[in-house]
Design a binder for this molecule. Structure first.
Ligand SMILES: Cc1cc2nc3c(=O)[nH]c(=O)nc-3n(C[C@H](O)[C@H](O)[C@H](O)COP(=O)(O)O)c2cc1C
Length: 195
C-alpha cells in the first residue's frame, strides 16, 4: 500500500507539520503503508497558464515537478493533504498544485485519455488549521476546493481533520488534539484496509 502526504504550509515546524507527523506515524503503525512525504514549497510548481495544451495533448506542457506528482497521485492509495487556512482557502503553494490538476481533468474528460487510472480506488483526506475559532462556515469554502481537487485526481474525499483557534492556542499546547490526530490516522488506516 502506498500513500502520499503533502504539507501545504510554508512553516515546516508549524501546526500542520505537527499534525501531519502524528497522522503519518499513526498510518504507518496501523497499516502496512509506504508513505511519500512532500513539503509543497520545496517543489518547483508553476501556476496553470490556461494554455489548453491539456485539452489536445496528454499531460501538461509545463515541465516541472508537477509531472512527477501526477504519477505519485496515480500510484497512491491515500492522498493526505494539509494546509493552513489562508483567506478561507488553501495556501498559494498548494493552490498552484491544485490548479495544475486541470490537466488531469482535461485529459480525462475532454481528450478522453486519462493520465491517471480513473478506476483505481484512492482515499482523499484533508487536514487544515485556522487561526480563528471554528464556526459553521470557517472551512466551508476550502472543502469545496478540495472536493474538486479530489475529483480531478479520482480519489474519494473521505474525511477532514480541522483545528481552529490556532493563532491563540498552537497545537504544541494541545495534547488532546495531538492524540485526536493519531486516532484519526488510525481510522484512515482502517478505511484503507477496506479498499
Ligand atoms: C496569508 C494568511 C492568511 C490567513 N487567512 C486566514 C483565514 O482566512 N482564516 C483563519 O482562520 N486564519 C487565517 N490565517 C491564520 C492561519 O490559518 C494560521 O496561522 C495557520 O493555520 C497556522 O498553520 P501553520 O502553523 O501550519 O502554518 C492566515 C494566515 C496567513 C499567513
Amino acid at each position: 500500500m502506498k500513500g502520499l502526504s503533502v504539507l501545504g504550509s510554508p512553516r515546516h515546524n508549524g501546526n500542520n507539520a505537527l499534525l501531519l507527523q502524528e497522522i503519518n506515524s499513526s498510518l504507518k503503525e496501523n497499516c502496512n503503508i509506504k508513505l511519500d512525504k512532500i513539503e509543497i514549497d520545496n517543489l518547483d510548481i508553476s501556476p496553470c497558464l490556461s494554455c489548453d495544451y491539456c485539452k489536445k495533448n496528454i499531460n501538461c506542457t509545463i515541465a516541472d515537478d508537477m509531472i512527477k506528482l501526477y504519477s505519485k497521485f496515480d500510484e497512491a492509495d491515500i492522498i493526505l493533504i494539509s494546509s493552513p487556512l489562508y483567506f478561507n482557502t488553501v495556501s498559494a503553494q498548494l493552490k498552484a498544485m491544485i490548479d495544475r490538476c486541470q490537466a488531469l481533468w482535461a485529459n480525462r474528460f475532454v481528450l478522453k485519455k486519462p493520465l491517471i487510472d480513473p478506476n483505481k480506488k484512492r482515499l482523499g483526506a484533508f487536514v487544515s488549521t485556522a487561526g480563528q475559532p471554528i464556526t459553521n462556515d470557517r472551512f466551508k469554502y476550502v472543502t469545496s476546493t478540495l472536493d474538486l481537487f479530489f475529483k480531478a485526481i479520482s480519489a474519494d474525499y473521505y474525511d477532514n481533520f480541522f483545528v481552529g483557534n490556532i493563532d491563540h492556542k498552537p497545537i504544541t499546547n494541545r495534547p488532546k488534539i495531538i492524540s485526536d490526530a493519531y486516532d484519526w490516522g488510525e481510522r484512515l488506516a482502517q478505511e484503507l484496509k477496506r479498499l
